[in-house]
Design a protein around this ligand. Structure first.
Ligand SMILES: [Zn+2]
Length: 491
């Protein structure tokens, strides 16, 4: 390992426009840096050795040996430059966490948020190495990211990705040095307490070397405690499973229907479909997005309603079409009241079909209707003649949804209406409407808030006893192709 470090140092010195003219000069600077208590990786950073294999979280001894740092210059317990963020614990913890969760990805982006004091201390350390003003030292954030990725590559066989579908977000905190940047606040246009990193970096850039030296100790004092990882979040981009659902029984809501902590419906479409998909992809949670929704007491029949399930933070995305089909088959075989058709992996782009289709799809319904006074044959013929032409409704926001929707009057079109008698006062109404029409209100008139209505056409009180959705005219999901289930593989 010491050879690797020596080679890296030699290579960095050989580069044009480099910081140090010779190995001897670099070693001299290394001794100065080490005397501040800087850790081995920070010494490399301030020697301007580019990030590479020499930066390993367990290479401290080799680096010190290669740079000829005397054993008597043992580093302080906590590095005053990186505050311990380049220590081995962080990278090991990230690797252990990644392994324990068994993500099936090899492309990882590491994002790091450091204590802001690190940027102030970076400036102070740079000023120590006056022989090298031309080349900037290696950024500490880049170094932390590099060290973590090196460890992940070694232990988990992953590669760094610029904008990978998998992100490991590491946030550090260090209370002890939280006020390091406060001297900048006293400058005109300086950042205030708790300011952003970019404000601090900008204020540091505006501060001359002499002024900085006068206001902040160079080298910076070694802290008593190391920075702590305040959060380490592993997050994978969502995967999406699309299909069409059928709801064969009533009293099932689309998503869990909970009022004041109590469930109103026992089951939901989202849970019946989402739970097995969450298990299959080993996700944290899921979210169902349907192309519209029917009320809990309305069945969804025919070809079903297009929907997709977003699986959030999935560990497994290499899901085969056969595994997806098994979810569909399991619901069928156990006679679940919610069934799915054409279940398949879809892309994030495909999900926009559902969102965009919301406005312009039409739907077909079948309603069981009771009319207080039976219709004469003439009345029935007249209603059906009107129904064949279609009707333009003026529909005020229904009384039953006024609490959560704005009170507006919307024009909505009934594309077709056909009423057939069943017996006595019972009728079956076949209704095709454009998206966003309130069908129950079209039948009973909603106290005159929907005009015209079936009740109005019948000249009698009408009520809707049962409603089924028979078709949602939206082509989704995309027709299965040979290998749509292969999730976007590692880049
Ligand atoms: Zn350090």
């Amino acid at each position: 390992m010491a050879d690797v470090v020596a080679a890296a140092l030699a290579a960095s010195i050989a580069r044009p426009g480099t910081a140090y003219a010779s190995i001897e000069q670099a070693k001299e600077a290394a001794a100065t840096l080490a005397a501040t208590g800087a850790c081995a990786l920070c010494v490399l950073r301030f020697l301007r050795v580019p990030l590479g294999p020499a930066y390993q979280d367990d290479a401290a001894a080799a680096i010190r040996e290669a740079l000829g740092i005397a054993a008597s210059d043992d580093p302080a317990p906590v590095c005053p430059a990186c505050l311990g963020t380049l220590g081995p614990d962080v990278a090991r913890r990230a690797a252990a966490e990644f392994k324990s969760q068994c993500y099936d990805t090899t492309a990882v982006t590491v994002a790091v948020e450091l204590p802001k004091s690190v940027y102030v201390r970076h400036r102070a350390m740079q000023l120590l190495c006056t022989a090298a003003p031309a080349a900037p030292a290696i950024d500490v954030k880049d170094a932390v990211r590099h060290v973590v990725l090196q460890r992940l590559a070694a232990e988990c066989d992953v590669v760094a990705a610029i904008d990978g579908e998998m992100r490991i977000e590491i946030t550090f905190a260090h209370a002890e040095t939280a006020d390091d940047h406060q001297f900048l606040a006293k400058r005109p246009h300086g950042p205030g307490a708790g300011d952003t990193k970019s404000a601090i970096v900008a204020a540091l850039a505006a501060c001359s070397d002499d002024e900085f030296r006068a206001r902040f100790p160079c080298p910076p004092p070694a802290p008593a405690s190391a920075a702590v990882v305040s959060s380490m979040v592993l997050r994978r981009a969502s995967v999406f499973v699309g299909g069409r659902y059928l709801k064969l029984e009533r009293n099932i809501s689309q998503t869990p229907f909970i009022v004041e902590g109590r469930r109103v419906t026992e089951h939901s479409v989202a849970e019946i479909i989402g739970e097995p998909l969450m298990a299959l992809t080993r996700s944290d949670s899921y979210n169902l997005v349907g192309s519209g929704r029917e009320d809990a007491d309305v069945r969804m029949l025919g070809d079903g309603r297009p929907f997709y399930i977003e699986c959030i933070n999935p560990r497994t995305t290499q899901v085969s079409p056969a595994q997806i089909e098994a979810v569909e088959a399991a619901l069928r075989e156990r006679g679940s009241p919610v069934q799915v058709r054409r279940l398949q992996m879809v892309t994030a782009a495909d999900t926009s079909i559902i969102k965009d289709g919301e406005e312009n799809k039409s739907k077909r319904y079948c309603a069981l209707v009771w009319i207080a006074r039976p219709l004469t044959a003439e009345q029935l013929a007249e209603i059906n003649a009107i129904g064949r032409e279609g009707l333009l409704l003026q529909q005020k926001t229904p009384v039953r949804v006024l609490q959560r929707r704005a009170a507006l009057t919307r024009p909505r079109r009934i594309l077709a209406l056909a009423v057939e008698p069943i017996a006595g006062r019972f009728y079956r109404a076949h209704i095709e409407s454009e998206a966003g029409t309130y069908i129950k209100e079209f039948v009973h008139g909603d106290l005159g808030r929907t005009v015209p209505s079936l009740a109005g056409l019948a000249g009698a009180t009408a009520d809707i006893l049962e409603l089924d959705v028979e078709n949602v005219a939206l082509d989704f999901p995309p027709t299965p192709t040979p290998a749509p289930a292969a999730a976007p593989a590692a880049r």
